[in-house]
Design a protein around this ligand. Structure first.
Ligand code: CAA
Length: 379
C-alpha cells in the first residue's frame, strides 16, 4: 500500500528538526559561512534536540530512527545550512560501519562512547589519488604483533580535525589490492594522527574539511571491523545509506532556494507588477517546485527500501544524483530570479548555490552515481 501522509511520529520529528534548524542554524548560517568555521557547541545542541546519531540503535546511545526519519531530519537541517548540518549528519556515515559490521563487543566499546555527549566521528576513505576510484587507496595498516600500524594520507575528511573516533579504510594486505583493504576503528587521540591541511572551500564553508596524515599510528587488531580484506565492500555498503542522506540534504537546500525565490517573485515589482506575473518567472518556479517534489519522492523511496531491509545501491544513487542535480539547478535559478541582488552576499541564495555544488561531488560524484545505477541496470 502506498501512503504519502506522515505519521504522528514523523510529523513530530519533522517539527522538532524544523524548529532546531530555523532557530539554531539559520540565524548563524551566513556568519559561519563567512568565517569558515563550525559553530561551537552546535553538535551539543543537536544532540540535546535528539538530532545526532539518529540511526544508531538506542541501546548504543543513538535515537534508533530509521532511514525515513533520518531523511526528514536531513531535509530540515539542509534547508537551514548544509555546511553546518554536515557536521551533525556525517556522524551517521562514520559510525555506520561499526553499527553494521561491528561485533556486539565492538559496538559497546566504540559506539557507546561515540554517542556520549556530542562527540564527532569521521569517515576516512578518500585519498589524493583515490577519489572516485576509491579502491586504489594507498594507506597501509600493516599487522605488527597484536596491532595494525597505519601509515598514509586521507584527504577531504569531514570533521577530520574535530573527530574523536574515525573509521579508516587501509590496506592490511597490499599484495591483494582492493581485496586487501580493511575497515578499522581508530580513536582520534592515537599518537601519529596529524592534520596536515585545512581546506578553504567554495561552499559548505561552516564544516571542517581536512587532510589527515597517519604516521605509525598503532591500534589493536581487535579494532578491525568485519573480515580482513572486506573493507571496500563495507565502505560501499555504508555509502549506500549515506547517499540517501545527501539526497535529503539536497532536497532541503533546493526547497530553501525555491521558497526564497517564490517570496522574491511576489514582492519584487518591475514594469508595475510583481515579477511572478511574468510567465518567464512563473514557469521557472513551476519547474523548480516539480523537481523538488520529485527529488523528495526519490529520497523517501530510497529510505523506505532501506527501512524495509532491501538493497538500496541503485535507489540511493538515483536519489543522490537527482536530488543534488536538482539542488544545483534550483539554487542557480533562484539566483537568476533574484537577478543582480541574488549574486550579492546580502541575500541568501548565492550561498545556497555555492553549497549545492558540493552535493554533486561528495559521497561519490554524480558521474559515479550514474555509473553505479548503470551497473545495477546491467545486473
Ligand atoms: N555494497 C556492498 N558491496 C559492494 C557494493 C555495495 N553497494 N558495490 C560493490 N560492492 C562489492 C563488489 O561486489 C566487489 O566485491 P568483491 O571484491 O567480492 O568482488 C567490491 O565491492 C568491489 O566492487 P566493484 O568492483 O564494483 O568496485 P569498483 O572499484 O569498480 O568501484 C565504485 C566501484 C562505485 C566506482 C566505487 O569506487 C565508488 O563508489 N567510488 C566513489 C567513492 C565515494 O563515494 N567516495 C565518497 C567518500 S566519503 C564522503 O565524501 C563523505 C563526506 O566527507 C561528506
Amino acid at each position: 500500500m502506498i501512503d504519502f501522509s506522515l505519521s504522528e511520529d514523523l510529523l513530530e520529528i519533522q517539527a522538532r528538526a524544523r524548529k532546531f534548524a530555523q532557530e539554531e542554524i539559520l540565524p548563524i548560517a551566513a556568519e559561519y559561512d563567512r568565517k569558515a568555521e563550525v559553530p561551537p557547541g552546535i553538535a551539543d545542541k543537536a544532540k540535546a534536540a535528539g538530532l545526532m546519531n539518529v540511526t544508531i540503535p538506542k541501546q548504543y546511545g543513538g535515537m534508533g530512527y530509521g532511514a525515513l526519519e533520518s531523511a526528514i531530519i536531513a531535509e530540515e537541517l539542509g534547508a537551514a545550512c548544509s555546511g553546518i548540518s554536515i557536521t551533525i549528519l556525517v556522524n551517521g556515515l562514520a559510525l555506520t560501519p561499526i553499527q553494521l559490521f561491528g561485533t556486539e563487543e565492538q559496538k559497546r566499546k566504540f559506539l557507546c562512547p561515540a554517542t556520549e555527549g556530542a562527540k564527532l566521528a569521521s569517515f576516512c576513505l578518500t585519498e589524493r589519488d583515490a577519489g572516485s576510484d576509491a579502491s586504489s587507496l594507498k594507506t597501509t595498516a600493516l599487522p605488527d604483533g597484536d596491532d595494525f600500524v597505519i601509515n598514509g594520507q586521507k584527504c577531504f575528511i569531514t570533521s577530520g580535525s574535530m573527530a574523536e573516533v574515525m573509521t579508516v579504510f587501509a590496506l592490511t594486505d597490499p599484495s591483494r589490492g582492493p581485496r586487501g583493504v580493511s575497515a578499522i576503528v581508530v580513536p582520534a587521540d592515537t599518537p601519529g594522527i596529524h592534520v596536515t591541511k585545512i581546506e578553504d572551500k567554495m561552499g559548505q564553508r561552516a564544516s571542517d574539511t581536512v587532510e589527515l596524515t597517519f604516521e605509525d599510528v598503532r591500534v589493536p587488531q581487535e579494532n578491525l571491523l568485519g573480515k580482513p580484506g572486506r573493507g571496500f565492500p563495507i565502505a560501499l555498503q555504508t555509502l549506500d545509506f549515506g547517499r540517501s542522506g545527501v539526497a535529503a540534504l539536497s532536497v532541503g537546500v533546493a526547497r530553501a532556494a525555491l521558497e526564497y525565490a517564490i517570496a522574491r517573485a511576489k514582492e519584487r515589482h518591475q514594469f508595475g507588477a510583481p515579477i511572478l506575473a511574468n510567465q518567464g518567472i512563473s514557469f521557472m518556479l513551476a519547474d523548480m517546485a516539480t523537481k523538488v517534489e520529485a527529488a523528495r519522492l526519490l529520497t523517501w523511496q530510497a529510505a523506505w527500501f532501506a527501512d524495509h531491509g532491501q538493497k538500496v545501491t541503485d535507489k540511493s544513487a538515483m536519489a543522490k544524483c537527482y536530488a543534488s542535480d536538482t539542488a544545483m539547478e534550483v539554487t542557480t535559478d533562484a539566483v537568476q530570479i533574484f537577478g543582480g541582488y541574488g549574486y550579492m552576499k546580502d541575500y541568501p541564495v548565492e550561498k545556497l548555490m555555492r553549497d549545492a555544488k558540493l552535493l554533486q561531488i561528495y559521497e561519490g560524484t554524480n558521474q559515479i552515481q550514474r555509473m553505479v545505477i548503470a551497473r545495477q541496470l546491467g545486473k
